[in-house]
Design a binder for this molecule. Structure first.
Ligand SMILES: *Cc1c(COP(=O)(O)O)cnc(C)c1O
Length: 483
């Protein structure tokens, strides 16, 4: 093979470093990369280190982040992500192990997973957990596959899954993926499951109901025990979407409510920061009925040794390589240990208090979609504002000028012009008051200077983008903003 000399042959250097010529044929660039994407010239800026650092530091702060701004994004809120947990998850003992290592030399990691499962069992009343699913949606998939296998083994002819119209979109998507027909049950004007309607549609063909409690309107399903009886009597099971579990920590649990299988988003409620799709952990917990259906392996203990238990009688099998996103589990475990029983209860109380504080302070300006006392989040309808010319999108965009991340908009789908606010348990009264004032100011501004609201945001370089187009045809080139 011909050697490529990387030093000038004519130089006096005695260095004899060689690298091999590649032995695969070289492709012509424009046959591999579309012509439209090839640059004709590459004007590299001639900059010093400080200029480069300042450029990127300034770019890094032109985005919103939970470290710099209030982030009241209902349901998917950045809940509390203590820096201590980031530190713990970065310790070499956790980051430098490999899942192919022999169980004997990763006893500490297995113990952590085992203990986390036990802690979540105390918190939720479920018997045991798997941490394989990497998201809430994958947790739902695990849960419904378990339900499907349960019915198959028991020769139950089941074809349908019931889901309330306020549910997160992943619920019906999961049920369809498992081959079930989705039946929607409407909400009452109080925002709860319509029990009469439920009774009408439940029959022997119903495999399960998927419920979120508190539901995505921030309301507690008061009739949950009646719902349990209606569904269980027909041989259906209860699936619990516990993505946002903070308002119930230490107050009540899905086992007491009669659920057979649940998922928790450790990346929402239990301290891992999330956003941009990763990494997460959709911990799935099962009660008596479905415990034997969990994905294997489960972490078990024999004497004082932890081991991977593949003997899970009716297991749906593996859902993912290895054991899930381990460092997310480290953060969740640290969070639970640090808060303890009293701390977790306080999370529930303060998240509920904060949402109700905002609800009461804004109810004269913004219509509260459901007047009942809410739990961790409150949904407003900006219908009145819309009639005066500003939609909930306009209001959300104007909030950016106040340094506030836009709340969740147009969800749940059953509320017209919805703005869904979740302040979380960790914001100060000062931060909440600042948000309340901003919302009131914007409401006044709609009458005084509508154009300013309609053309917001004014303070950031990226204004209003076509969100659909931006997702389908991303423009990844950095361009200085127009002015
Ligand atoms: C976020 C969320 C989910 C989905 O969780 P992912 O981790 O994003 O897949 C499901 N249900 C509810 C209520 C949620 O808020």
């Amino acid at each position: 093979m011909e050697k490529l000399q990387i030093f000038d042959k004519n130089s006096n250097s005695k260095n004899t470093n060689y690298i091999n010529q590649p032995d695969t044929p070289l492709a012509e660039l424009d046959k591999v990369i579309p012509k439209s994407c090839l640059r004709e010239n590459l004007p590299l800026p001639n900059l010093g280190e400080l200029e480069v650092i300042r450029h990127y530091t300034s770019l890094s702060s032109s985005n919103f982040s939970v470290d710099s701004n209030f982030y009241p994004l209902g349901s998917c809120t950045m809940k509390y992500n203590p820096k201590l947990n980031e530190y713990l998850a970065s310790l070499a003992g956790f980051t430098d192990i490999h899942p192919y290592q022999n169980a004997d030399c990763i006893q500490g990691a297995l113990e952590l997973i085992y203990n986390l499962s036990q802690a979540l069992s105390v918190i939720t009343g479920m018997k045991r957990f798997t941490f394989q699913p990497s998201s809430g949606a994958q947790g739902e998939l695990a849960g419904l596959l378990m339900i499907r296998k349960f019915h198959r083994i028991n020769n139950n002819q089941k074809t349908k899954v019931i889901i309330p119209d306020s549910a997160h979109g992943t619920n019906p998507a999961t049920a369809s993926m498992c081959g079930y027909q989705v039946l929607t049950v409407e909400s009452t004007k109080d925002g709860l499951v319509n029990i009469n309607r439920l009774k009408e549609i439940v029959d022997d063909k119903v495999a399960a109901i998927m419920l979120t409690n508190p539901n995505t309107l921030g309301l507690f399903e008061e009739n949950i025990l009646e719902i349990r009886d209606i569904v269980h009597k027909k041989g259906g099971l209860l699936y619990y979407d516990g993505a946002n579990f903070n308002p119930l920590l230490g107050v009540t649990n899905p086992s007491l409510m009669g659920f057979d299988v649940i998922h928790l988003n450790l990346h929402k409620t239990f301290s891992t920061p999330h956003g941009c799709g990763g990494p997460g952990a959709g911990a799935v917990g099962a009660g008596d009925t479905l415990e034997d259906f969990l994905p294997f392996p489960l972490i078990d203990k024999r004497g004082d040794k932890f081991y991977l238990n593949y003997q899970v009688k009716n297991s749906i099998g593996r859902l993912k390589g290895f054991y899930g996103n381990f460092l997310v589990l480290v953060r969740a475990y640290a969070y639970i240990l640090r808060l303890g029983e009293q701390g977790l209860l306080r999370v529930a109380q303060v998240s509920t208090l904060n949402a109700n504080y905002i609800k009461e302070k804004l109810k004269n300006q913004y219509e509260v979609a459901y007047p009942k006392r809410c739990l961790h989040e409150v949904v407003f309808s900006c219908q009145k504002q819309k009639e005066r010319g500003a939609s909930s999108l306009d209001i959300a965009k104007r909030l950016i000028d106040f340094g506030i991340h836009p709340p969740t908009m147009y969800f749940p789908l059953i509320v017209a012009e919805a703005l869904m606010i979740e302040p979380t348990e960790t914001e100060s009264k000062q931060a909440l008051d600042y948000f309340i004032k901003a919302m009131r100011d914007i409401d006044k501004e709609i009458d005084q200077d509508l154009a300013k609201v309609k053309t917001a945001p004014h303070s950031v370089s990226v204004k209003r983008i076509d969100e659909v187009k931006a997702a389908r045809f991303p423009n990844l080139k950095w361009e200085k903003s127009g002015d």
